[in-house]
Ligand binder design. Structure first.
Ligand SMILES: [Fe+2]
Length: 176
């Protein structure tokens, strides 16, 4: 894909198509890989977005977000209750994954996702995110209606599960 070809409206249209295709996870992953492979093109053509997170589109089948993470802030551990495809186009997203399936809350994996890289998260996967050195910029495709799904936050250290809300999210966000 040539740099000048990235177009946010087209990406949103393609992600909506992927979400209602026969295999939405694979289709969204393929779209994301093709898109962020040309990270310079995305940087050049993305509109300026001041806030850290912006919902670009949402319906019952898909939620499309711009997400920026800052190195001095760790977003609290959370799940999504739907499949997620993350594509980073600038900087490095630093993920830590947690497991609580055996009644014990523990970190099981960390993963850095750099520019032009894509990763998938399953509905019950729990993660925290920050950025390495400079802000990271990414497009996220959630295969469902993220704004209304009931999902959880997990308190640092204890892993106590609490309902996902803006208030709880801000309360748990940690300075890095
Ligand atoms: Fe997340």
């Amino acid at each position: 894909m040539c740099a000048k070809n990235f177009n946010l409206e087209q990406f949103i249209a393609d992600a909506r198509k992927a979400a209602i295709s026969e295999n939405p996870i694979n289709a969204a992953e393929t779209l994301m890989q093709t898109t962020v492979a040309d990270c310079k093109g995305v940087i050049a053509n993305m509109p300026a977005i001041a806030e850290c997170e912006r919902m670009l589109f949402e319906d019952e089948t898909v939620s499309i977000w711009y997400c920026r993470f800052e190195p001095n802030l760790i977003v609290p551990a959370h799940d999504h209750q739907m499949h997620v495809v993350v594509g980073v186009y600038q900087g490095i997203e630093e993920h830590s994954f947690f497991d609580n399936s055996n009644g014990e809350y523990k970190e099981v994996k960390s993963l850095n996702i750099g520019a032009a890289q894509v990763t998938k998260l399953s509905p019950n996967q729990i993660h925290t995110v920050t950025a390495t050195k400079t802000a990271s910029h990414a497009l996220h495709i959630y295969l469902g209606k993220l704004s209304t799904v009931e999902r959880s936050l997990f308190e640092f250290e204890s892993g106590n599960e609490i309902p996902f809300s803006v208030e709880n999210y801000e309360k748990l966000a940690q300075v890095n």
